[in-house]
Design a protein around this ligand. Structure first.
Ligand code: SF4
Length: 63
């Protein structure tokens, strides 16, 4: 199991995590223009989201 956390203070809302996650873990919150960790149980722990986030807003931890 992995715990995916978005730091909304850092997040710039560029949607890279949403578009690049191979497991569709993120939904897009249109109202706030931020990603939502909607399907954490589907996370593969690949850290693609961590790599594509230019501001380092996402952390993935094995739990
Ligand atoms: S670690 Fe991989 S599978 Fe998990 S949320 Fe990030 S991109 Fe998706």
């Amino acid at each position: 199991m992995f715990e995916v956390t978005v730091d909304y203070e850092k997040c710039q809302g560029d949607e890279e995590c949403v578009g690049n996650c191979p497991s569709e873990v993120f939904d897009w919150d249109e109202e706030n223009q931020k990603p939502i960790v909607a399907r954490m149980d589907d996370c593969l722990g690949c850290e693609t989201c961590v790599e594509v986030c230019e501001v380092g807003a996402i952390t993935v931890e094995e739990v």
